[in-house]
Design a protein around this ligand. Sequence first.
Ligand SMILES: C[S@@+](CC[C@H](N)C(=O)[O-])C[C@H]1O[C@@H](n2cnc3c(N)ncnc32)[C@H](O)[C@@H]1O
Length: 236
Amino acid sequence: METPENAEQSLARIEAAKDFIFANLPVLPVPSIPEIRLHRAGPQSGLWRLAEQDPEFGSPYWAHHWGGGLVLARYLLDRPDVVAGRRVLDLGAGSGIVGIAAAKAGATEVIAADVDPYAIAAIGLNAAINGVTILPVLADLTKGELPATDIVCVGDLFYEAGLAERVTAFLDRCLEQGIDVLIGDPWRAHLRQSRLRLLAEYTVPDFGAATSSRPSGVFAFESKTPRQSRGNEDQS
Ligand SMILES: C[S@@+](CC[C@H](N)C(=O)[O-])C[C@H]1O[C@@H](n2cnc3c(N)ncnc32)[C@H](O)[C@@H]1O
């Protein structure tokens, strides 16, 4: 449980992280998304210094772009009608790229949730650079109550088996409550394809493959039970 001391420590870590990111991670264009710029790690950024200072420093996913986030952000900018006038949750937001795209596309409210305080720091800075308002939330929302949202956007969150299971269970709860779910993913191993409907495909660079690109998909995640037959059951 989050205690007042924990919350204070998290806030202090987020503020220190903001200072470090601002000073050391250049603001760079994003491949295939000229509308968005992000603080991204480069050879001179010295992220190892954060790791030295902070024993809880994890993998700096927030400092890079990922195939899943790139395609989902591209899709939202190409199809603003999908999120315009709606409340959006960017789950596992990392740099905040998907939430930023949603806000630019006209979402009324964007929550960007991540379990990493450094991601929360990066999201705040990246939202400001791109002139949008986003609410960063430091929490594992897969474990708690569903947030008030109309659509959940998930960029590249199927890279580990256990995480993929937890995220899928959370997304099922969202569907049950009538919340739409969009997923962007470069066909990673733990992405279960049986309940996905491909909406668009783009070829984008993936993390660690800056010089080569791979096809990545944007999918609607669909109910186990088609919504129509659930309605039929209700009538019986
Ligand atoms: C591969 S990165 C993708 C980031 C971003 N969505 C994108 O596509 O660029 C995965 C992100 O999910 C976050 N994450 C992992 N487990 C999570 C959880 N249970 N709830 C929220 N965020 C989580 C990680 O901290 C990381 O920032």
